[in-house]
Design a binder for this molecule. Structure first.
Ligand SMILES: O=P(O)(O)OC[C@H]1O[C@H](O)[C@H](O)[C@@H](O)[C@@H]1O
Length: 552
């Protein structure tokens, strides 16, 4: 238990009690500089966090918190390659993948940067050759389509970034298969011509059952069309487990490795980003890396009050531990970031959804906020009801680009911006009963009816939100935004003293699924035939029998 942190938490609780006497609107009225005081501008990115229920004393307490948890040292530990993933005894160095190539980072006595450089160069040569038709398919045709087969970190990042950067696509069309559900691969491969398709098998471990099963099915599909002996021309493997790739039979020159110090959910910067590079080209990908590197520098060098990831992280702590808000909504007013909330779900919830500290103790407070969300304005027409009037307060993060890529669409863009700003304003200012009555009466509603309706139409307001505003969703800006979220998760994890870089919580289900598979195999065990499935619990036996009867 970190006593210094407890002292800061207690102080934050007292500050919260004091702040509860004022609404956010009142705080704005008291401080004409509130927007400037509670926003951070960094290049083409602006974080406005003035619509959170905090004041300068809270920011001062955040500074104390940074000291109490030794944040600066912990950040340095990560950036210098210390093995901070303590349950897997690994360094955590996704920052190296976007680092200045001429610097050096030592892991186990070896400078890793020359390997990073080489990996980028190897990808560049391959991607250029695919994009300009130097490498052709087995039938001598240009590859028009690429399927990325992967799941979790080997899927969510590639898919989100590919979709986000659609205006920069000038390469083959990228498709994604992740789910083991046969419908996923079926629908994708049936829309494609295998003779012009390149398949990327993306898996850090090269053992993930979903990916391996989908990869085998893709191989069969390809072999059927181009012949078993030619299928290898259409396959690429991306993994850290080079020995396992050999068993699968992929040609050596089609293998792109990376390193165990890159966590799955932090791997979009590695060769896992290959499908993105195929779509947007290496120059754009380098811009993407550059943006992330700039955010790394910002995170390393800026003081607490001017440090976007630190402020976002501590606001997260404020909301979950001090205000007891257990979820957080991510609301990109940017349709191309529709997959961003799902990406952040893995990043955040797999990193900090833990109950044991790095010292092996039970955590003493809530950790791992539940992250959810979807693109605005669509979400306004579904779950915003709860955001405005529900009994649960949900801190919201709005994301908005000032400029669109599409020409001649100003009407759309203005409406998008207006909606985004209006929603965060509505969350904050709300609408009182008296105001509702006044408005209704002005519209001609009789007094008694206005009084009856008013409670239903009242908005509590005083609901927190932050807005991340950026110039345009280009590769560099996207890199910056993703790195911002990565570091925010780090800040929260350090505050809770978690190992944010392992994910043991996904293992039990995997093991049980493999046991469960034997229950579906009627030939293997007489217990299955008797419908009692050995040691399974009664609910599982009931479900297995129901499945069997539905299949007959
Ligand atoms: O890349 P892979 O080794 O195939 O792993 C894919 C995913 O599966 C695991 O179960 C983890 O929960 C994820 O962190 C990982 O990204």
């Amino acid at each position: 238990m970190n006593e210094k942190r407890t002292v800061v938490f207690n102080n934050l609780r007292q500050l919260k009690n004091r702040l509860d006497r004022l609404t956010m609107s009142e705080l704005f009225a008291l401080n004409p500089n509130r927007f400037d005081d509670f926003s951070i501008k960094y290049d083409d990115l602006l974080l406005d966090y003035s619509k959170n229920h905090i004041d300068k004393d809270v920011i001062n307490a955040f500074k104390d918190l940074a000291k109490a948890i030794n944040l600066k040292e912990k950040i340095n530990d990560m950036f210098t390659g210390k093995k901070i993933n303590i349950t897997e005894n690994r360094a955590v160095l996704h920052i190296a993948l976007r680092n200045d190539i001429n610097s050096s980072i030592i892991v186990d006595g070896k400078d890793i940067m020359p390997d990073v450089k080489q990996s980028l160069e190897k990808m560049e040569i391959f991607v250029n050759a695919i994009r300009n038709g130097e490498i052709l398919s087995s039938s001598g045709e240009k590859f028009t389509d690429v399927i990325n087969i992967g799941i979790g970190g080997s899927h969510l990042g590639p898919e989100m970034v590919t979709k986000a950067l659609k205006p920069y696509h000038d390469g083959p069309k990228i498709h994604f298969v992740s789910n083991i559900d046969p419908s996923h691969i079926y629908d994708v491969i049936n829309s494609l011509d295998p003779k012009k398709t390149l398949v990327l098998i993306a898996s850090k471990t090269f053992t993930t059952i979903e990916t391996m099963t989908n990869a085998k099915s893709a191989w069969k599909w390809m072999s059927k069309s181009v012949g078993e002996e030619n299928a290898g021309e259409h396959f690429v493997a991306i993994s850290t487990a080079l020995d396992k790739i050999k068993e699968f039979g992929i040609r050596d020159d089609r293998v792109f490795g990376y390193w165990d110090w890159v966590g799955g959910r932090y791997s979009i910067w590695s060769s896992i980003g290959l499908c993105v590079i195929l779509a947007i080209g290496m120059n754009n990908f380098r811009e993407f890396l550059k943006g992330a590197h700039e955010m790394d520098e910002h995170f390393l060098n800026e003081p607490v009050e001017n440090n976007m990831p630190v402020i976002l992280g501590f606001l997260g702590i404020w909301h979950i531990n001090i205000c007891n808000y257990v979820t957080r909504a991510i609301l990109p007013y940017d349709q191309r970031l529709n997959a961003f909330p799902s990406y952040i779900q893995q990043l955040d919830m797999e990193s900090n959804g833990k109950s044991i500290t790095s010292d092996g103790e039970n955590v003493s407070e809530k950790t791992g906020v539940i992250v959810w969300g979807a693109a605005g304005t669509n979400s306004q027409h579904s779950f915003f009801q709860l955001l405005h009037q529900g009994s649960e307060i949900v801190p919201c993060e709005f994301m908005l680009a000032a400029n669109e890529h599409e020409e001649g669409m100003k009407e759309h863009k203005d409406l998008l911006i207006a909606n985004c700003l209006a929603q965060s304003q509505a969350l904050m200012v709300g609408r009182s009963i008296q105001e509702v009555i006044r408005i209704l009466k002005k519209r001609g509603v009789p007094h008694e009816e206005a009084i009856r309706l008013a409670p239903h139409r009242k908005f509590m307001g005083n609901r927190p939100s932050s807005t991340i505003l950026y110039k345009k969703l280009d590769p560099k800006t996207l890199g910056k935004i993703i790195a911002l979220y990565e570091h925010r998760v780090f800040v929260e994890g350090i505050t809770w003293n978690l190992d944010s870089f392992d994910q043991w919580g996904v293992e039990l289900g995997k093991e049980l699924a493999s046991d469960m598979l034997t229950c579906l195999d009627e030939s293997s065990d007489s217990k299955n035939k008797d419908n009692n499935y050995g040691e399974q619990d009664a609910s599982t036996v009931g479900l297995l029998n129901a499945i069997k009867s539905f299949q007959e």
